[in-house]
Design a protein. Structure first.
Length: 555
């Protein structure tokens, strides 16, 4: 093989290496993770195989394909591990990256395409998309949307049919498909003089199907569109575009200040725009597909602005960085179409890409750490719920005050337990809970206390009658003897006249007593009721009082 052949293969070999490295890195960073946040809504609230389970909106989005994927994975592999959905996520990410590579390569050649794709594969600020399988909704929409744009380039009937099908798939993944439909419509209108307006069926089919869905069931979702959001949408759009540029260049990670990051990105956006203008020294051609991408990006950011809320939908949300970066990369490739870069320019660009990837790794790592901490709580909390399954109320759900995180609010006792019975459990067993990190054990105790539930009734002035099994607990907060082992049942705690006393419990926790009971006044009896459950591990009662107390088991 001569030098020319080796040089022509080099970008493709490096691309293959980058794809493998990205998959390995993401699988390592996601090792040990489990189902997270909105995924639980799909797992336990859409169990039936009926139309509503597939077509019901999620946060205003159509999610037919993501629901179908999740239900298929659970039906085949069960729910004991989230690994299958992480594999699917990585497959979609790889296919998306390959499509981006092809799009840029057709305009600028393989080396610029390689650099742009590497930026995308290791885009740390987009860690939610790279490490959370629920975001296959956005990844799938983007993947199919880019495939649609490539199909339109065929400029023939087969290309139009393929583009229409890809657009239907894009919309089936999420409402993000609608911006790509707008982009397809702009492309058709641009070429009406040569190919006619009859091609409007390409975007119309997908939009028509979406309209049917919306009129049938989609309108039931609570809308977040407000006059305030609409009025402030231009600022949101500028912040979003700037944030995506900042993510690509590493400025978002480098700044360490989310508030200042968009304006650093805005400065980079202006600089990049100026460099592109200097490189091409001409406005984009009227028939350039840049305008289709510009329409897609504008629609995406304005729709995101209209639906802005306080729960992760701000302009700099990690989940928006991936699609934003892709649209910017493709748009830049269209603007620069035909420009040829010399070796020096490519080396400088490669150095910038390597620096950006290195800088962005911090956010990717931090995102992994965050999700792993969430996984500790998820496994511990659900494990506690399974221990208390016999007595957990039908209305019990994972409230943040005992779960330790708002990401489990989609879990309620009856639906979760039915799902576990059918598909298996991802939760910690009692023996695994005993070895879990302290944060998991603490919140397992809190969840158990709420789910069983443990109750404490204070009876001022009451006395404990003759009891066969009483333990005297010495006074003093620091006394090592003020811990008593308890079994399920009713325990009566008598506080003498030197009270009051602070009563608290632990079971799996080691370093603290997370379950704080009602404060017991002097000369009182507290009736403590602990229902039996599926674990033999005893509860430990801590009594902190100035004077002695008696802990008596009621026969």
């Amino acid at each position: 093989m001569d030098r020319v052949d080796r040089d022509s293969l080099a970008p493709y070999l490096l691309l293959a290496g980058a794809l493998v490295a990205s998959v390995v890195l993401l699988m390592v960073l996601s090792s040990g993770l489990t189902f997270f946040q909105d995924t639980w809504a799909f797992l336990i609230q859409r169990r039936p195989f009926d139309a509503r389970a597939f077509f019901e909106p999620h946060n205003e989005h159509i999610v037919v394909i993501p629901v179908a994927i999740e239900k298929s994975l659970v039906a085949i592999f069960g729910m004991t591990s989230a690994l299958p959905e992480y594999i699917v996520l990585n497959v979609l990410l790889v296919v998306t990256a390959l499509l981006v590579f092809v799009y840029i390569k057709r305009r600028l050649g393989p080396w610029p395409a390689l650099l742009g794709t590497v930026l995308l594969l290791f885009l740390g600020p987009a860690w939610q998309v790279l490490l959370w399988p629920f975001e296959i909704a956005l990844v799938g929409s983007t993947m199919a949307g880019v495939a649609m744009l490539l199909a339109l380039e065929r400029e023939d009937r087969r290309g139009d049919v393929a583009a229409c099908l890809f657009l239907v798939v894009s919309i089936g993944f999420s409402t993000l498909g609608l911006p790509f439909a707008v982009g397809a419509a702009v492309d058709v209108l641009q070429r009406r003089s040569t190919r006619g307006l009859r091609r409007l069926w390409v975007p119309a089919v997908g939009v028509f199907l979406y309209a049917i869905w919306y009129l049938a069931i989609g309108h039931e979702a609570k809308t977040l569109v407000t006059a305030h959001n609409v009025i402030h949408s231009p600022i949101f759009v500028v912040e979003g575009l700037s944030g995506s540029v900042g993510a690509l260049t590493g400025l978002t990670s480098l700044s360490g200040d989310p508030g200042g990051a968009p304006w650093l990105g805005f400065a980079a956006l202006l600089a990049i725009g100026g460099a592109i203008a200097w490189a091409i020294r001409r406005p984009p051609a009227i028939f350039s597909r840049f305008w289709s991408l510009a329409a897609t990006a504008a629609t995406f950011w304005f729709l995101a602005a209209f639906a802005r809320d306080a729960a992760g939908r701000d302009a700099l949300a990690s989940r928006y960085m991936h699609v934003g970066a892709i649209l910017i990369l493709l748009g830049a490739a269209d603007l620069l179409r035909g420009v040829r870069f010399g070796s020096r320019s490519l080396l400088i660009a490669a150095a910038i890409v390597i620096a950006a990837v290195a800088i962005n790794f911090r956010e990717l790592h931090d995102g992994s750490v965050y999700l792993k901490n969430q996984a500790i709580l998820t496994r511990a909390d659900t494990g506690a719920l399974e221990i208390a399954r016999a007595t957990a109320a039908p209305t019990f759900y994972m409230a943040p005050q005992w779960a330790g995180t708002p990401s489990l609010i989609n879990i309620n006792a009856p639906e979760y337990l039915r799902t576990v019975d059918e598909y298996g459990s991802p939760a910690d067993t009692p023996s695994e809970l005993a070895r879990a990190p302290e944060a998991g054990r603490v919140h397992a105790d809190l969840t158990l206390a709420a789910a069983l539930p443990i109750t404490a009734a204070v009876e001022p002035g009451a006395k404990v009658g003759p009891a066969a099994h009483c333990t005297v607990v010495p006074g003093g907060a620091g006394n090592a003897g003020n811990e008593v082992k308890l079994s399920p049942g009713v325990t009566r705690i008598a506080i003498d006249a030197s009270g009051p006393a602070r009563l608290s419990l632990r079971r799996f926790a080691v370093g603290e007593y997370p379950v704080v009971l009602a404060s017991a006044p002097a000369a009182s009896v507290t009736g403590l009721t602990i229902p039996a459950d599926r674990s033999r591990r005893p509860w430990m009662l801590r009594v902190e009082a100035p004077g002695a107390a008696r802990v008596c088991t009621q026969g």
